[in-house]
Design a protein around this ligand. Structure first.
Ligand SMILES: O=C(O)CCC(=O)C(=O)O
Length: 297
């Protein structure tokens, strides 16, 4: 039941995403809901209501890497119901390196069209020195960073589920630099949140949605959506009176160097997060490269 069928794999290759896929029960999701409730605090910044999360492992507020603080979350993200399917999509050796909470409050605006790969300092319109990149992909390998988006609450058309532009994973879209408060994510996070103080600018993408087939992908709590690093996606405002909650997790090959700048003693990443304590988790196969700091919780 948890393996992908041939036609699902073909669909993924054609569209750049797949889902929603039944994966976890509500009972398995419950500890994560409790964790989010315990760590989340509403804040008002420039008149805008936002939610911040304490990350006890990292020791500061961020939406990122809560799998390093929340064992039940790490356990789900290492589970074969996710990892086995990612393996079927072509990669036996995988490191879980990043998670991010996407908690869209009632009334909160949406996230604009974007391509995830552009946020790692790779093939990026803005100039970035190799040692400041988030990920350094080996030149001889195709870029791969598979994402799963796990619905923690039901994600619906009304509360702002994910939308995908089918087939856009086959090309790179140009990113254009804009002031931080106009970036693709500016409605959900805020450049003035504690971990983003240094952020002066952000980006939007030169992408015309009328040129592609657009598909909305509602997901029930416990279901996942899998997508590639390049497929263009977005999510509209939350027009309901309940939060729309999802957590994404990203998986790469062990041959990709994660936060190369940490090896020069620079622990602040491109979004202002201190990554000194960050480590990745080998979730399947082998790590023959041993170039990243890995561990387990
Ligand atoms: O949750 C959302 O609305 C956006 C998620 C997203 O952009 C991502 O997972 O890359």
């Amino acid at each position: 039941m948890f393996s992908l069928t041939e036609s699902q794999i073909l669909d993924f290759q054609k569209k750049g995403w797949l889902g929603p896929l039944d994966t976890f029960s509500l009972v398995e999701i419950e500890p994560i809901k409790e964790y989010l409730k315990a760590q989340g605090q509403l804040v008002k910044i420039d008149g805008k209501l936002l939610i911040e999360f304490d990350n006890p492992f990292l020791g500061y507020k961020t939406t990122r890497e809560h799998h390093l603080s929340c064992k039940p979350l790490a356990q789900l993200l290492k589970d074969d119901r996710i990892v086995g399917r990612l393996n079927q999509l072509g990669e036996p050796n995988l490191l879980l390196w990043r998670t991010n909470i996407f908690y869209k409050l009632p009334g909160q605006k949406g996230i604009n069209w974007h391509q995830a790969v552009d946020y790692y300092g790779h093939e990026i319109a803005e100039e970035i020195e190799p040692e400041k990149k988030t990920l350094l992909f080996p030149a001889h390998e195709n870029v791969l960073d598979l994402t799963i988006w796990l619905a923690i609450e039901d994600s619906t058309l009304e509360n702002g589920c994910l939308y995908f532009a089918n087939g856009t994973h086959k090309q790179k879209f140009k990113a254009v630099k804009v002031p931080a408060n106009e970036g693709a994510f500016s409605a959900l996070t805020n450049e003035k949140m504690s971990w983003q103080k240094a952020k002066l600018y952000s980006k939007v993408f030169e992408f015309n949605e009328t040129e592609y087939e657009i598909q909305a992908v509602p997901a029930k709590a416990g279901q996942i959506i899998i997508f590639t690093e390049k497929v263009i996606h977005s999510s509209p405002p939350n027009r309901s009176n309940q939060p729309r909650v999802g957590i994404n997790a990203r998986y790469i090959r062990p041959s990709v160097k994660i936060y190369p700048h940490r090896y020069q003693g620079n622990y602040i990443d491109g979004t202002g997060n201190n990554i000194e304590r960050h480590f990745s988790i080998l979730v399947s196969g082998r790590d023959d490269n041993q170039i990243n700091i890995c561990g387990d919780i």
